[in-house]
Each structure stands twice: as C-alpha cells, then as structure tokens.
Write a protein that binds this ligand. Sequence first.
Ligand code: 13P
Length: 250
Amino acid sequence: MARRILAAGNWKMNKTPSETTALIEEMKKTCASDTVDVLFCVPAIDIPAAVAAAKDSNIQIGAENMYFEESGAYTGEVAPAMLVDAGVSHVIIGHSERRQYFAETDEMVNKKVLKAIEHKLVPVICCGETLEQREQGVTLDWIRVQIKIALQGVAAEDAKGVVIAYEPIWAIGTGKTATSDQAEEVCKGIRDLLRELYDDETAETTRILYGGSVKPGNAAELFGKEDIDGGLVGGASLTPDFGGIVNYEK
Ligand code: 13P
C-alpha cells in the first residue's frame, strides 16, 4: 500500500488570528488536492480561526505543542483535550526549537507522544541532528536514540498512525536543504528502526517527513524519494505559494 504524501506547514510564532483567517482562505485556493494530505500546524491562539476557515476543505489543522498532563496548575500550557475540542487533528511534538529554547527532553517528548495518542491526536514527532553531530558521523545514532525514546511504550498499532519528521537542525530556516540523498538516508534509517522495534507492516505504514528549507522548487525531488512521505515546512508555509509544495507533481 502506497503511503499518501503529507504536506505539513509549521507556522511557528507567526500570524495573528485575523491574519490566519485570511491566509487559510488563500490556502484553500492554492492547496486543493485529491492526492496529497494538507496540514497546517498553527500557534494555539490561531487554532479556532484556522479551524473555522478550513471547514469543508481538504485542509487539516494541527497544534505546534501541547502539555502531557490532563489539566491543572500548569500556567500557560495547553492540554490535549483542549486541542481535540478545538478541532485539531495533529500536534507537533519535540520540535528542535522547543528542545533548544524550552528545554524539552526526550523523556518529555515521550510523555507527550503517549498523551497525544491517548487523545487520538496524531503526534508529529520531530528529530534531527546538529551540524556538529553530522560532522562527527553520529547522525543516525542520534536519530535512533531520539526516536527510540519518543516511542517508548507505544504499541505497533499506534505507531502506524504517528508521523515522524526528520529535520536536520542545520537545515532549518537556513536555506540549506539537506540533499535528497542525505534526507533519504536518514528517513530510511528511521524506517529500518521501525522495522526493528515493531514489524514490516508498521515500518511500511508510518509516514516519515523531511523538514528543513523545503520549498516549491525542491519538493518534487525530496518527495520522490522512496522513504520520504512529505515535508514539514516552516518559512514556505507562510504564503499561498505553499500550494506549489502540495501540488509538487504538477
Ligand atoms: P524551514 O522550512 O523554515 O527551514 O523550517 C523547517 C521547520 O522547522 C519545520 O518544522
């Protein structure tokens, strides 16, 4: 069974609620597709506007983060049930910016992944190496540790539904894309790990995305690789030109 390509945007800390409404309206025109899944992960405050604007379209709305407790005294955090109630389908977990600026650890990532699954939210689990790690030749070792910890306690049946995003830190927002061969090598390594941890079926079903300076001009080459099932896109998801990534085959 062929995996469907997922074109996912990560807006990061950009766009107000009113800008969100206007941008999703534009995206509905440029991102129509019968063959590619389209997702925008937006700031928590923009979620209601995004969900309302995306209604009756092919666009799904996700969150960029959530906390791993149900509710309580966690000032400033957003609970999984809040996301579900707001109409969110996916949630990014463990983005390198959260690890770097907000001290998220692999253990927190694992707790969030388990909580998202419990609430039937699709976790988009991020992993990626620094330039130093790549130069030291430990990329795949590092990614394997990140993913192994993120998936602790996740059953095969649930692992099939998660999305994994490989985002080399040195390629994020730098304009430096990993070559399609570099991206494929790591995405294949992640699929091999899923085969080791689970089974062939899980490895063949789970979607693995590449992220890091994906744009309309390089999407076709990246998404054409055997083990790359789409992209997690930052900068290029902030304008209607994102449609060029969704419709990369045209
Ligand atoms: P850019 O596409 O801006 O490099 O960002 C990638 C990213 O971090 C997506 O999560």
